[in-house]
Design a protein around this ligand. Structure first.
Ligand code: SF4
Length: 210
């Protein structure tokens, strides 16, 4: 489930400590891994380094596309639906050449869920807009098409994590990330003006809820 729609899930977690840190699954590129389609981290470096330094969070990076498709790779985007559609067989993952990457994306998603289970993950923070890790917004069809199209929805791995009961947060859910940081560090005061991705004006204006 998306934490932004179920904030009570955060309150249900035990208080994190140095000896019992929250176990948080994160997208590999958010840890600075060179696991992007082009072998880079998309410039993210270590996006959650401040969480890591607190000692109350154990960050567990994983890249489902690297596992399912390898790196470098062609660009996997969702066609005909979102990640849930792929899980249900009504949508496919195609690359920019029309190649069908659906099976590799499903294999990577299954491996990510197994990793989450093995590591008793309590929460996942994933890179939004990705065909695998997208959590609030994804590309609608090939992202190299002009103009690029977007839709609300989740990528394949994010959808499988949600369906398996793992709470998921987007890298662009800034309000929720502030709340998580406040759980990890009692001295931290979240920005009351921060917004989650679905609350951003561009999303509200351009991507109506279906
Ligand atoms: S699949 Fe996820 S972890 Fe891998 S590069 Fe894409 S967004 Fe990052």
């Amino acid at each position: 489930m998306k934490i932004v729609h179920h904030p009570e899930r955060l309150e249900e977690l035990p208080t994190p400590s140095q000896t019992e840190p929250w176990r948080i699954l994160i997208s590999g590129c958010m840890a600075g891994w060179g696991c992007g389609v082009d072998g880079t981290d998309y410039g993210m470096k270590h996006a959650l380094a401040d969480f890591q330094g607190l000692g109350t969070a154990q960050l567990l990076p994983y890249c489902p596309e690297d596992v399912g498709l390898g790196t470098p790779r062609t660009m996997p985007d969702l066609h005909g639906g979102d990640g849930f559609g792929v899980l249900d067989g009504s949508a496919r993952v195609l690359d920019e050449h029309g190649g069908d990457l659906t099976e590799g994306m499903l294999a990577g998603a299954r491996a990510m869920v197994a990793f989450a289970r093995e590591n008793k993950v309590q929460l996942a923070i994933l890179t939004d807009m990705s065909g695998a890790c997208g959590t609030q917004v994804i590309s609608d069809g090939c992202r190299f098409d002009e103009p690029r199209r977007y839709r609300r929805g989740m990528g394949v791995a994010a959808a499988m994590l949600v369906r398996e009961g793992f709470p998921v947060v987007s890298s662009r859910d800034f309000a929720t990330l502030g709340k998580i940081r406040a759980h990890l560090d009692s001295t931290f005061e979240p920005d009351p003006k921060a917004l989650d991705h679905h609350q951003q004006p561009w999303v509200i204006e351009n991507l109506p809820e279906s």
